[in-house]
Design a protein around this ligand. Structure first.
Ligand SMILES: Nc1ncnc2c1ncn2[C@@H]1O[C@H](COP(=O)(O)OP(=O)(O)OP(=O)(O)O)[C@@H](O)[C@H]1O
Ligand SMILES: [Mg+2]
Length: 241
């Protein structure tokens, strides 16, 4: 089934770009298509002048793209630290095939990439001091806000240059929403460009450089964040008055 019909989105270096629009507009579909989880029937995806349409997610990860899904973005039964270690797994993938499971696990445990993963985890925990004190906690036992922080932290372990985040504030209390949005700004300031899908349109536009409003799988509006916020028609139709 065709869900997107001629959507066009651009992300420049160092930007936060917001993707807004009503439920079912195609926002998650757009992000999944960029990340190679869905294959477009038409249209192309480019990264720094190179076409990446149709590449598998793991290849895109290797090219510096990260993705935080709308749901299921952490392993609840694992600890914070284990979640972060899992996120570093692609760094261990020089292991030769043909090993049995135990062989592969041993290989991973002894892999020199481990040191690199540990180093990156320490770096990421520096950005999330609240998680640093809870590395042994089971993620399923953490609050919704903390779990969302784990999801963001996971996505940073590989040091992505581009991060795609689907509804990071969903289901969070207002104070936690503030914390998540602050982190998003911090991530941008540290050199990662972000595409963020959000329902809290006014909040994300206040910190986004530019925004796109999708409706029924099409681009409806596109402008600088503050310009979208100031437009009364957009306010009435898409930003809740
Ligand atoms: N796997 C699928 N098969 C068929 N239809 C789908 C599939 N995934 C999504 N859709 C439909 O595509 C449309 C866009 O869905 P999508 O999840 O991209 O919307 P969204 O903008 O992310 O919405 P929300 O704000 O609710 O997360 C919806 O009508 C949805 O029902
Ligand atoms: Mg969605």
């Amino acid at each position: 089934m065709e869900i997107l019909h001629g959507v066009s989105v651009r992300l420049d270096e160092g930007e936060i770009v917001a993707i807004l629009g009503p439920n079912g507009a195609g926002k998650s579909t757009l992000i999944k298509t960029i990340f190679g989880l869905l294959r477009p029937t038409r249209g192309r995806v480019w990264l720094r002048g190179q076409e990446i349409t149709g590449l598998a997610p793991e290849e895109l990860v290797a090219q510096g793209i990260g993705y935080v899904p709308q749901v299921g973005n952490v392993f609840p039964s694992l600890t914070v630290r284990e979640n972060l270690e899992m996120a570093g797994y692609p760094l261990t993938r020089d292991a030769p095939d043909g090993l049995d499971l135990a062989g592969r696990i041993l290989r991973i445990l002894r892999n020199p990439a481990r040191k690199e993963i540990d180093r990156r985890i320490q770096e990421v925990l520096g950005v999330f001091p609240d998680l640093a004190s809870r590395v042994r906690a089971r993620v399923g036992d953490l609050s919704g806000g903390q779990q969302q922080m784990v999801a963001l932290a996971k996505s940073l372990v590989l040091g992505p240059r581009v991060l795609l985040i689907d509804e990071p504030s969903a289901g969070l209390a207002p104070k936690l929403v503030d914390a998540v949005f602050e982190k998003i700004t911090e991530i941008r300031d540290q050199g990662t460009s972000l595409i963020v899908v959000e329902q809290r349109a006014r909040r994300i536009l206040a910190l986004a450089d530019r925004g796109y409003i999708l409706d029924t799988g099409r681009n409806k509006f596109e402008d600088r964040g503050e310009a979208l916020l100031r437009n009364p028609e957009i306010g009435r139709l898409y930003l809740g008055g």
